[in-house]
Design a protein around this ligand. Structure first.
Ligand code: NAD
Length: 328
């Protein structure tokens, strides 16, 4: 089957392209390169450079496709607070435009990138798929809105099948692909930038949480395991089916533990400062991955903390300037 990967020039999307190709699918990528990189697009994929907001580009990209993996979105929480309209327009408006294109093309299968941010300050840990969703920032609200949008569309479109995957913290690199966000806001690459000497120091936000070492606890999933979940669920989606899965390892790591792992793996004792809590940071976000394990036989094979750090470090050491080439 040919699969359209929106956002296939981005961090997770580019890894998903590779996983889909390895699983025997043909792949088309639709990406406007707003945060993605041309160099991350696998040369075996058909690349349509264009935006979800351009119906002609969406139609061209959907040609011959039987399914869509939808990664294209903006995803910086702090930016979403400053510029909510930008996020609602791209994440929700872009998804509406994609579904309209899928309807025109008669494409009835969708795997959507949602997020643990839709749970907000979850009252109970671990988080299961039925934990109430109450986002605490515009980014989370846009992703929750798209979940509703997809359900409404499926109600009205006979045979439409979808999977919503709610990711926890994604990190790690594989297959010569990497993470190159500007600015970078994710903990793992930020720590490794410090190890590379690209940051003078890094700060831990809050050391007085009610956790064993006082720092926040998060669930990390290796990007390889995450994209494996996409390909697996795509292969299982039957006509009209609806599936929702949390994707995480089920193991929480504190910020201090991640710092220690980054120092251990890089061999660099970079400086770490302590700052005040950030507003809206929940003390712990950890999933219970029972549903995805039992229904898809999915396992977090690569998501040990040191392996995530080592794979991310290997890519960053080889690509200290991200995808920027010497010429660029
Ligand atoms: N990285 C994480 O830890 C994480 C966690 C939870 C959910 N997610 C979700 O996963 C998805 C991918 O995240 P990522 O970290 O790979 O982000 P990314 O910014 O690296 O990738 C997004 C890609 O989408 C493209 N894009 C954005 N708007 C577009 C548009 N209108 N038309 C065409 N292309 C467009 C960008 O150019 C980029 O290549 C996002 O939907 C994000 O919300 C990520």
């Amino acid at each position: 089957m040919r699969v359209l990967v929106t956002g296939g020039a981005g961090y997770i999307g580019s890894h998903a392209v590779r996983a889909a190709l390895d699983a025997g699918h043909a792949v088309t990528v639709l990406d406007d390169l707003s945060t993605g990189h041309r160099e991350a697009v696998d040369p075996r994929a058909r690349f349509v450079e264009g935006s979800l907001h351009d119906p002609a580009a969406v139609d061209a990209a959907l040609e011959g496709c039987g399914a869509v993996m939808h990664f294209a979105a903006f995803s910086i929480v702090s930016e979403s607070c400053r510029e909510p309209l930008k996020y609602w327009r791209n994440n929700v408006g872009g998804s509406i435009a994609l579904l309209e294109g899928m309807r025109r093309a008669g494409v009835l299968r969708l795997v959507f990138s949602s997020t643990a941010a839709t749970y907000g300050l979850a009252a109970t840990i671990p988080i299961v798929e039925t934990t109430p969703q109450q986002p605490i920032n515009p980014y989370g609200w846009t992703k929750l809105a798209v979940e509703s949008l997809i359900r409404d569309h499926a109600d009205a479109e006979a045979g439409f099948a979808f999977a919503i995957l709610r990711y926890f913290n994604v990190a790690g690199c594989a297959w010569g692909l990497g993470e190159a966000h500007h600015p970078e806001t994710h903990l793992v690459p930020i720590l490794l930038q410090a190890a590379l000497g690209q940051r003078a120091s890094v700060s831990i936000f809050g050391t007085d949480y009610d956790t064993p070492d006082g720092t926040c606890i998060r669930d990390y999933v290796h990007v390889r395991d995450l994209v494996d979940a996409h390909v697996t669920v795509l292969g299982r989606l039957a006509d009209g089916e609806r599936r929702v899965y949390n994707v995480g390892s089920g193991r929480g790591w504190s910020v201090r533990e991640v710092v220690d792992a980054a120092r251990r793996v890089s061999g660099v004792d970079f400086e770490v400062g302590v700052g005040p809590r950030r507003e809206g940071d929940p003390p712990a976000l950890v999933t219970d991955p029972t549903r995805i394990r039992s229904e898809l036989a999915w396992a977090s094979r690569h998501s040990g903390l040191d392996q995530i750090l080592a794979d991310h470090w290997a890519w960053m050491r080889e690509h200290p300037r991200g995808y920027v080439t010497e010429a660029g």
